[in-house]
Design a protein around this ligand. Structure first.
Ligand code: NAD
Length: 278
């Protein structure tokens, strides 16, 4: 049995903080009742990581749900991100304070640079380093950074990103980038791990999942973890929140891991980090 057998576990970051294996994504979860209910169900099911961003417009609901939970604050890992329009040194520091006010929290667990905005992301990163050194965030990282973005950052940074949150699913593996991050101790985390819901109609995944008595979503989320990738599937429905957490009682064989890898077709459902224009 693999060591990934406990929903409360996670991957160690380069500074010793643990990034939970599984988190709840809340992009497009409506602020207020919807996101608060989803988080309450997720925490009840054993999730200990919530992934939001200032761009999602639901930080206040996320903070409310975290504060209302019976769990101690330290038991819940909260991630937010600095949006593109706020990038740059001083504006990132301001954006962080606004996020913390919305969240109503003292310390954030992980703050990410949402996209590598050209001409700005190095200054943004200096602000992230500052927030980390002041103890306002337990870990800092990036999102949507390809190898050349990481290399450009390396030239001027003092702290290496601890996490890179990337689009990652069977149609977009980017194995070289994953291995580069692993060699640099940059923990990979998957966004749109369920291909934004399309996972359930993929015939090979349906067939393979059946052999394990699991659903395609469960198979693919487990594949993430066995590849060393933390994952943050989104749902606001209790049945799916529960389904997406039921990953810790089976192991995908090496042959099936390779079969899933082989579905890769370099296909993005989201924007390309080299050509995004927002
Ligand atoms: P996802 O791949 O997690 O898919 C979510 C959708 O899949 C749901 O809306 C639902 O329709 C469906 N679904 C959920 N559970 C299912 C199940 N068990 N079976 C079948 N269908 C199911 O897509 P996402 O929301 O784009 O990504 C997850 C999270 O990643 C987001 O909520 C957000 O927190 C984060 N994210 C980050 C970035 C970034 O740039 N850093 C970009 C996109 C998303």
């Amino acid at each position: 049995m693999s060591i990934i057998s406990d929903i409360s576990g996670g991957f160690p970051l380069q500074n010793g903080v643990t990034l939970p294996y599984l988190g709840l994504g809340v992009y497009l979860s409506e602020n207020g009742g919807e996101v608060e209910q989803a988080i309450a169900w997720a925490l009840e099911a054993g999730y200990r990581n919530i992934d939001t961003a200032s761009f999602y417009g639901n930080e206040s609901g996320v903070g409310q749900a975290v504060r209302e939970s019976a769990l101690p604050r330290e038991a819940i890992f909260v991630t937010s991100k600095v949006w593109n329009a706020d990038q740059g040194y001083a504006s990132t520091l301001d954006a962080f304070e606004r996020s913390m006010e919305e969240l109503g929290l003292e310390v954030l667990d992980l703050y990410l640079v949402h996209w590598p905005v050209r001409g700005k992301f190095r200054d943004t990163w200096r602000a992230m380093e500052e927030l980390y050194k002041k103890g306002r965030v337990r870990a800092i990282g990036v999102s949507n950074f390809l190898k050349h973005h990481l290399e450009a950052l390396e030239e001027t940074s003092r702290i290496r990103p601890m996490v890179n949150q990337m689009e990652f699913h069977p149609y977009l593996v980017q194995q070289e980038l994953l291995e580069y991050c692993q060699a640099c101790q940059i923990q990979y985390q998957a966004w749109s791990p369920l291909m934004q819901g399309r996972i359930k109609d993929q015939p090979e995944l349906l067939e393979m999942a059946g052999h394990y008595g699991k659903t395609p979503a469960q198979l693919v989320l487990r594949w993430d973890l066995q590849k060393g990738v933390a994952t943050i599937p989104k749902s606001s429905r209790q049945s799916r929140i529960l389904e997406n957490a039921d990953l810790f009682d089976f192991e995908i064989s090496p042959a099936d891991m390779q079969r899933i890898d082989a579905l890769d077709r370099g296909h993005r459902f989201g924007p390309d980090p080299d050509t995004f224009d927002f």
